[in-house]
Design a protein around this ligand. Structure first.
Ligand SMILES: NC(=O)C1=CN([C@@H]2O[C@H](COP(=O)(O)OP(=O)(O)OC[C@H]3O[C@@H](n4cnc5c(N)ncnc54)[C@H](OP(=O)(O)O)[C@@H]3O)[C@@H](O)[C@H]2O)C=CC1
Ligand SMILES: CC[C@](O)(C(C)=O)C(=O)O
Ligand SMILES: [Mg+2]
Ligand SMILES: [Mg+2]
Length: 334
């Protein structure tokens, strides 16, 4: 454990998979996170059953990965730990299906705190409620595990009736590879609000908008789509890789001093005080529940706006030129 930092971070030596030795874990869902958790747990020697709806297209995949498959209520009935890894908006419906299968002392576990934090699921008071959230897309959770590498994660306890909730959550985090890289102790509130803010303002929303605006600026000024794609999208990965490895400093060190001077003097003009005010507004909508209410209502209405915005994103010209160019890269298939 690293004590000198503000946050408490747990590593492999701080976690004991023995807390899951006699347990069966039901992983409900076999998508991005589900397939990774189920296979990593299984490879770590934990007894796993995957819960999938009748007729699920993922049943064959889970079975061919060597896992046993049941319906969500059947899986929950067999399990001591039920890990809910279906989309956030589906979780309340799935919880209704499995609620009666949870015995006193079982664990209800999440990889994101949305439904607990925004009161969409109100678990009974005789079960442990925990969170193990990899800070990564699920496919990398699996890829890292197979490469003997770790994925940073978060652990939180909402309800501890057994007294073992945190130790068991850490055991789970270890079994999926998160304590190899470090697992930060947090709360459902902090995880939910920071995760939503990060994906909206920076990681997914902010970055894609920056890429599209940069691309459009170059193309509208008469530069070729190929040049604009390489400059604003492809090279972004190489720049981010340097930040990932060694922080902003390593990136600034590696680029030319012309790029460093230009970036340091122009970057804050692009992502300026207005952008900062909008970030604060986005955070407020997360904190006061506005975003959650909008997303829940959007789903209840059949996702009309989501589908429209998603289609527009898929049809952006950077996607067409990108697909064409990536098809020419020899390394893109590796
Ligand atoms: N995506 C990520 O990398 C991350 C996700 N999280 C969190 O993890 C959780 C899972 O997210 P994610 O892995 O993206 O989810 P996915 O969208 O990848 O989940 C897909 C799985 O959910 C099942 N599913 C979808 N709809 C239904 C339904 N109506 N009834 C029953 N099962 C259904 C699918 O079943 P079928 O196979 O039958 O279609 C599939 O197995 C969420 O809480 C998310 O916030 C946390 C960190 C990162
Ligand atoms: C960044 C998006 C994410 O929060 C994640 C991969 O961690 C998600 O919800 O998928
Ligand atoms: Mg996240
Ligand atoms: Mg998220």
């Amino acid at each position: 454990m690293a004590d000198e930092l503000d946050a408490t971070i747990y590593y492999d030596d701080d976690a004991d998979t023995g807390y899951l030795d006699d347990a069966t874990v039901a992983v409900i869902g076999y998508g991005s996170q589900g397939h990774a958790h189920a296979q990593n747990l299984n490879d770590s020697g934990i007894d796993v059953v995957v819960g999938l709806r009748e007729g699920s297209s993922s049943r064959d995949a889970a079975k061919s990965d060597g896992l046993s498959v049941a319906t969500p209520p059947e899986a929950a009935a067999q399990a001591d730990v039920v890990s809910i890894l279906v989309p956030d908006t589906i979780q309340p419906t799935v919880y209704d299906q499995i609620e009666n299968e949870l015995d006193a002392g079982d664990t209800l576990q999440f990889a994101h705190g949305f439904n607990i934090h925004y009161n969409q699921i109100q678990p009974s008071d005789d079960v442990d409620v925990t969170l193990v959230a990899p800070k990564s897309p699920g496919h990398l959770v699996r890829r890292n595990y197979e490469a003997d590498e770790g994925t940073p994660g978060l652990v939180a306890v909402y309800q501890d009736v057994t007294g073992d909730a945190k130790d068991q959550a850490l055991a789970y985090a270890k079994a999926i590879g998160c304590t190899r890289a470090g697992t930060i102790e947090t709360t459902f509130r902090e995880e939910t609000e920071t995760d939503l803010f990060g994906e909206q303002a920076v990681l997914c929303g902010g970055v894609t908008s920056l890429v599209k605006q940069g691309y459009e600026t170059l193309v509208e000024a008469g530069y070729s789509e190929e040049m604009a794609y390489f400059e604003c999208m492809n090279e972004l990965k190489l720049i981010v890789d340097l930040m990932y490895e060694g922080g902003l400093g390593e990136m600034w060190h590696s680029v030319s001093d012309t790029a460093e001077y230009g970036g340091l003097t122009r970057g804050d003009r692009v992502v300026d005080d207005h952008a900062r005010e909008q970030m604060e507004a986005v955070l407020e909508e997360v904190q006061d529940g506005t975003f959650a209410r909008q997303w829940i209502t959007e789903n209840q209405a059949g996702r009309p706006n989501y589908d429209q915005i998603k289609t527009a994103e898929e049809n952006h010209e950077i996607e067409a030129i990108g697909e064409e160019l990536r098809g020419l890269f020899s390394w893109a298939d590796e």
